[in-house]
Design a protein around this ligand. Structure first.
Ligand SMILES: [Zn+2]
Length: 431
């Protein structure tokens, strides 16, 4: 009896908090963005954060009901608290390229500072913003930067930025109820803007031909921002090639010839200042195989290689749904500290079996052995296969083949994570 009362009480609380979440956006926020640019500096041992600038930007394309993220993802997270009551009113997790750099050999020898940027809905009242980083060995978050933000402050930059040509490639409805995917042109000159438009259409079709995105096309708006670069292409620093482009991208990230990224987060956020934006894909006008993607940061890929439409979907898996690489034999720049096998990684599609219950255990048939032998008779079986996350031992993946390993169809664990993220960003119940 007591137990039943406790359960009813909990259900009542859950119902109340859900109802209040739906009405609270307008209490706390305006449908504009507060952009927070901040530096992360440090090395393999430690990191610090410092504020660079705050900006008021005219659009909020994110959810208005799903204001706190239900996933325990990411190497970083931003939280907004009501300054008067201390209540958490917004949260979102993300990754950075700086975090990856911290696991390279270079970070064992030198200290660097990188620019980063995150947007939250624009507060109506004074709020406290906390940016936290996760320790890879303990998986615990701790605060790196705490800010008191007065929305009326004269220290918030409210200026307009460059009005780039915005392409509305697919419009399905109000941005807060849709996932707003934004393609940015990189390495396209003024004369190549029609090509960019055609490339946006090509990659949009590639995404929506791929399960589970195919069934959810109507939950997405797709935009293109026609950034104009002085020169065509991108940097290939290892071969002495440097191009003057809008977003300063290049191959040879961390010394790897096919790892294509940019550290220039400020230019990326400047490009989307007036576009609803839940996810960024940077299309690079180059023909060499390559790309990169970090969760809720950006994904990048080349437009002109025959395999790039499928590379795009793989990289988007990283940036959109926080999926880990399921391969373990390719060359990577990270040393063994990228994943610690003594703790459960946060990514939904790999496990160390430390806490498999919160992963895809419910997707296994009851007679599936854990770990699952890698053989032909298990080719289509969802299981727990050793090898993933760059390690051949101690990390397990859900299926022998998947988009996140070798461009096969997404495995059931990846598909579910993608579906949950679409639900979250389209302002539907995430799980
Ligand atoms: Zn997978």
């Amino acid at each position: 009896m007591i137990k039943r009362n406790v359960i009813s009480f909990l259900l009542l609380c859950a119902g109340l908090s859900c109802a209040s979440a739906q009405s609270s956006f307008d209490t706390w926020f305006e449908k504009k963005s507060l952009r927070i640019d901040f530096a992360l500096s440090g090395n393999a041992e430690n990191q610090q954060a410092a504020l660079q600038q705050l900006r008021e930007e005219p659009v909020w394309g994110g959810p208005v009901k799903n204001m706190t993220e239900p996933f325990d993802y990411g190497g970083y997270r931003v939280e907004v608290y009501d300054d008067a009551g201390g209540r958490l009113i917004y949260s979102r997790s993300f990754n950075t390229l700086f975090e990856e750099w911290r696991t390279t050999a270079q970070a064992g020898k030198e200290t660097q500072s990188w620019s980063n940027s995150i947007s939250v809905p624009f507060p109506r009242k004074e709020v406290r913003v906390v940016i936290s980083g996760r320790n890879r060995a303990s998986m615990k978050f701790s605060p790196l930067l705490e800010l008191a933000v007065d929305p009326k402050s004269i220290f918030i930059d409210r200026g307009k930025l460059k009005n780039n040509n915005i392409i509305k490639a697919q419009y399905m409805g109000a941005p807060d109820e849709k996932v707003d995917l934004v393609f940015l042109a990189e390495g396209y000159t003024a004369l190549e803007q029609e090509k960019f438009k055609a490339d946006v259409e090509k990659f949009t079709e590639s995404l929506f031909n791929t399960p589970p995105f195919d069934a959810r096309r109507s939950d997405f708006n797709v935009w293109g921002v026609g950034l104009v670069s002085e020169e065509s292409g991108t940097d290939v620093s290892g071969k002495g090639i440097f191009k003057h482009t809008a977003l300063n991208s290049g191959y040879y990230t961390f010394g790897l010839d096919r790892y294509l990224t940019t550290p220039d987060m400020k230019s990326i956020r400047d490009a989307v200042w007036n576009v609803p934006c839940d996810a960024i894909f940077i299309l690079v006008n180059a023909d060499t195989y390559g790309g990169g993607g970090m969760y809720n940061f950006y994904a990048m890929g080349t437009a002109n290689h025959p395999r790039t439409p499928v590379v795009f979907v793989h990289e988007f898996g990283h940036s959109f749904a926080g999926l880990a690489d399921e391969y373990f034999s390719s060359e990577v720049a990270y040393d063994e500290s990228f994943y610690h096998t003594s703790v459960e990684p946060w990514e939904p599609n790999i496990t160390t079996l430390v806490d498999f219950n919160r992963k895809w255990k419910d997707l296994l048939e009851s007679d599936t052995p854990v770990p699952t032998p890698t053989n032909d008779s298990n080719a289509d079986k969802t299981g727990v296969y050793e090898g993933g996350g760059y390690l051949a031992k101690g990390i397990y993946r859900p299926k022998q083949h998947c988009m996140m390993r070798d461009y096969a169809p997404f495995c059931p664990a990846c598909s579910r994570a993608i579906t949950q993220m679409i639900n979250f960003l389209a302002d539907k119940p995430a799980r």
